[in-house]
Design a protein around this ligand. Structure first.
Ligand code: NDP
Length: 484
């Protein structure tokens, strides 16, 4: 070897020998002073952190968001003001149900989690490649995911469980129609759209709020695979496609669009605009183009970046906010909580999670307090005072100008569990069915029947009823396919 870089142990000291452990004699057993060997083995045992329960299999890349449409009428967020303004981003795609060792070309929703490293902190839009989701209430989320994961006895996938959950939860009908359509298996991550899916919000310097939905339309065009084509693809093909495209300078990009709804419009709109199982029809809320998203740099280290990146819808910046979407509210808690468990209380200090602006707060210590959440602010906030309020002139203090306008509540709201199971589960699923081409309908029905045939007769019957309520032709064709 010609390198003049010397191997060291983790404490930085050069290592004289790393091929052989120390033993008592050539054929003798190892001795207790093998601290080099012990360090290697002990660290190796600790290489894994808990994989995400959902979105475990991920693919990440860095890029740039270029704003083309000044949004200062709607928001004080600096990254959305001016034109040609550029913001660094990190995008993590994923599958949802499978573990890290599952395949790339499965029929599943794809995660589309986007971080904007803005000058005022990190803003995460933690979306999917579908505009809606299976649920409108987070109370159902663990049950839903259990039904999609492997059977607890056999540890094998079990489509009967998928449909048993759905038969009992028709609020999933819209998302089932997307998942079972041709778009359920993207040909590549470059050839699919992303959606923020939730109603989010923006607010301006006059204290006016608008509700917002984000759309990321692929500039590569939508391309999908049939089940048969997907089965022929290599297990890691989607990942390889993304890495290779970026390495070769063929940078994938998306046109970024938003839909806006005023608070007054939301109050009058006939369907609940905060229901994650529904879209806002384009005819009522047209798409407004605001910029371009480009991925142009692969990660240097998969674990440090893609595995440890910790997205959360609770990462917001002044000028953007949440909404009364119940699924979003559940995620505001659950995502940050997952990262505290997986990575630790100081996960935002890791390089991929660090904001690109100074971070000043009174949180201290904890496992792996390696410095501040940002290089500007020093180690564990250096010698800074660790309580608030205090008498120090130089100490961090709140900035009242960035207070979000108060969130409206329904008048005379009564606190209780509201049953939304019958909240129009069918109209938009039917609308999607009707806009499909004959070929798309054929694929949809075939994909549904393939899984549904494995469910019980009772589940099949209820599912056909649900499809019929979406669209009579839809139900009839699923029934006919089950009988073949
Ligand atoms: P529009 O006719 O204005 O929009 C239809 C949308 O459907 C287009 O954006 C199109 O995406 C998308 N689409 C087409 N095929 C599929 C598919 N197999 N899976 C998912 N999306 C597909 O209609 P509306 O806005 O009135 O919505 C009608 C239905 O379209 C909705 O019920 C919903 O299912 C679906 N849809 C609506 C969206 C919205 O935000 N309004 C977003 C995505 C889907 P593309 O432009 O990429 O071809």
């Amino acid at each position: 070897m010609t390198s003049n870089i010397y191997l060291t142990s983790a404490n930085g000291a050069p290592i004289a020998e790393d091929d052989n452990s120390i033993s008592a004699g050539e054929r003798g057993s190892l001795t207790f002073d093998n601290y080099r060997l012990f360090e290697k083995l002990a660290h190796f045992n600790r290489e894994r952190i808990p994989e995400r329960v959902v979105h475990a299999r991920g693919y990440g890349a860095h890029g740039t968001f270029t704003l083309s449409n000044d949004l200062s009428d709607h928001t004080i967020a600096k990254f959305l003001q001016g034109t040609e303004k550029k913001t660094d981003v990190f995008l993590r795609f994923s599958t949802v149900a499978g573990g890290q060792d599952s395949g790339d070309f499965v029929r599943d929703v794809r995660g589309f989690a986007l971080r904007f490293y803005t000058e005022e902190g990190n803003y995460d839009i933690v979306g999917n490649n579908t505009p809606v989701f299976f649920l409108r209430d987070p109370a159902k989320f663990p049950d839903f995911i259990h039904s999609q994961k492997k059977d607890p006895r056999t540890n094998l996938p079990n489509p009967a469980h998928h449909f048993e959950f759905w038969a009992n939860n028709p609020q999933s009908m819209h998302q089932i129609t997307v998942l079972m359509s041709d778009r359920g298996i993207p040909k590549s991550l470059r050839h699919m759209n992303g959606y923020g899916s939730h109603a989010l919000s923006m607010w301006n310097d006059k204290g006016e709020r608008v509700w917002v939905k984000w759309h990321f339309k692929t500039n590569q065009g939508i391309e999908t695979l049939t089940n048969e084509d997907a089965a022929k693809m290599p297990a890691d093909g989607i990942h390889a496609d993304l890495v290779n495209a970026i390495d070769q300078g063929d940078f994938p990009s998306w046109t970024v669009k938003i839909q806006l709804m005023t608070e007054a419009q939301a109050k009058q709109y006939p369907t609940n605009p905060f229901d994650l199982t529904k879209v806002w029809p384009h005819s009522d809320f047209p798409l407004i183009e605001i910029g371009q998203l480009e991925l142009n740099r692969n990660v240097q280290n998969y674990f440090a970046e893609t595995e440890q990146v910790a997205f959360s819808p609770s990462n917001m910046v002044p000028g953007v906010g949440a909404s009364p979407d119940k699924m979003l509210q559940g995620r505001l808690f659950a995502y940050a909580d997952a990262h505290r468990y997986r990575i630790g209380a100081n996960h935002q200090q890791l390089p991929v999670n660090r904001p690109q602006c100074p971070v000043h707060h009174y949180q201290r210590d904890g496992a792996m307090a390696q410095g501040s959440a940002c290089p500007f602010s020093g180690h564990n906030q250096n010698a800074g005072v660790n309580f608030y309020p205090n008498d120090r002139e130089e100490a961090p203090k709140p900035k009242p100008e960035v207070a979000e306008p108060p969130m409206p509540l329904e008048e005379n709201a009564w606190v209780r569990a509201y049953d939304s199971r019958d909240e129009d589960n069918y109209t938009q699923a039917g609308a999607l069915y009707r806009l499909m081409s004959d070929d798309q309908k054929l694929q949809l029905i075939g994909n549904i029947a393939g899984g549904l045939k494995q469910a019980t007769e009772s589940v099949q019957k209820r599912m056909v009823q649900h499809f019929t309520l979406c669209d009579a032709d839809y139900g009839m064709r699923v029934q006919a396919a089950l009988e073949v």
